[in-house]
Design a protein around this ligand. Structure first.
Ligand code: UD1
Length: 365
């Protein structure tokens, strides 16, 4: 077929964290002269959730944006599956590379496996052991149909081994660490977010909330916001689009209270501004998986407002505290202080995971 290039890779991305995870691999593929065709499913479509990241990062420009957008999760995943399949059938790549645990990941995996195309899953082996999380099902199913499983940590390798997945498993490190290594300094120089928001380095808390378990449960969201207004420091709260409506539905004028204490409730931020805030926050309060790691890479303490985490390494080393969405627990975890000193142990590779991934992809063809 006209589009068939012997070693071509098709990458599937769609949601904000995937743009960050895929960018270092995109750069490494170009360095290795491996052609990449990028499918954006359109799962995230607001400028601040999508294009802002393409502007900051050296991720390839999407060759196609499927524009699937939001919807019921089954229909969203199914529509992606059918559209991705059509593109893969046309492109006939040597392999399909997918990232993380979103509906775009699972759709990419299913489309590829149905066509018998080799799948490379980056960030394989993560487990929260909580099947109520949509991401947990996405991870398990994706890993079980992948051929190359690129693990960020030794624990991820062990998780796969426990599910009898041993072949094709590689410990490569975390491509989000690659991105922090490459872009951290640039963010430091270019972002003016601290002065824009009039906040001091190590003088504020950074808050993010977007997990359905917190956004779709008003009591959990309220408990988190009660904690935020109780903290004795300004809170910067970039709001994920999923969180906006439930936040507006809560009585309590939390947005005004946070603003009065010197903080800011703002739209989603680009990658560089977020990196700068992560580096300079006194503490990060989050339910995101990616931010737990990025805080760790930047030696910033983290309090995770979930009942479990996939990133136990960050907890075991003392840099992350798992508290669940409970006001007293969050306030206590922040107030207790006694965070570790120095730099966190290097448990996520050396910041060159993408080169290893591309080497393995290249040698497996
Ligand atoms: C998705 C991923 C989650 C990841 C997160 C990062 C799944 C199951 N979840 O969650 O693992 O941590 O992305 O952000 O794939 N919306 C907009 N504009 C956008 C994107 C979303 O308005 O650009 C709103 C829509 O109302 C949508 C809601 O956010 O219904 C949820 O979006 P969706 O992509 O389904 O899931 P996320 O919560 O973003």
């Amino acid at each position: 077929m006209s589009n068939a290039i012997q070693n071509k890779v098709v990458t599937v991305v769609g949601a904000r964290p995937q743009f960050i995870k895929a960018a270092p691999v995109s750069v490494a593929l170009r360095k290795a002269d491996i052609p990449e065709y990028l499918i954006h499913t359109g799962q995230h479509y607001d400028y601040g959730m999508s294009q802002a990241f393409f502007d900051d990062l050296e991720l390839a420009t999407p060759d196609v944006n499927l524009g699937i957008g939001s919807g019921f999760p089954g229909r969203q995943t199914g529509t992606m599956l059918s559209e991705i399949e059509a593109v893969l059938a046309e492109q006939k790549p040597a392999s399909v590379v997918i990232y993380g645990d979103t509906n775009s990941t699972l759709a990419g995996a299913l489309a590829a496996v149905k066509l018998g195309l080799p799948i490379c899953h980056v960030e394989a082996g993560l487990r929260s052991f909580n099947r109520a999380m949509p991401e947990e099902t996405n991870r398990v199913l994706t890993d079980h149909c992948s051929d190359l499983l690129m693990c960020p940590t030794e624990r991820a390798v062990r998780n796969l081994n426990q599910e009898n997945i041993a072949s094709g498993v590689h410990l490569v490190g975390d491509t989000m660490l690659d991105a922090v290594r490459v872009y951290g300094e640039r963010a430091e120089q270019q972002s003016t977010i601290l002065s824009d928001l009039n906040i001091a380095s190590r003088g504020f808390a950074l808050l993010t909330v977007h997990r359905p378990s917190n956004t779709d449960e008003p009591e959990n969201l309220r408990a988190i916001l009660e904690a935020a207004v109780e903290l004795d420091m300004p809170v910067v709260f970039p709001i994920h689009p999923r969180t906006r409506a439930p936040l507006e539905g809560l009585s309590g004028a939390y947005t005004e209270k946070l603003a009065r204490s010197g903080g800011a409730v703002i739209d989603p931020l680009g990658y560089f501004d977020m990196l700068k805030l992560l580096r300079h926050a006194a503490v990060v309060l989050t339910d995101s998986g990616g931010l737990q790691k990025e805080a760790y890479f930047l030696a910033t303490p983290c309090v995770t407002m979930r009942d479990e985490t996939e990133w136990l390494e960050t907890v075991e080393s003392g840099w992350n505290r798992i508290v669940g969405p409970s006001t007293p627990a969050i306030v206590e975890a922040v107030g207790r202080g006694d965070w570790p000193d120095g730099n966190p142990p290097a448990l996520f590779g050396d910041g060159h995971a993408a080169d290893l991934i591309v080497e393995i992809i290249g040698s497996s063809e």
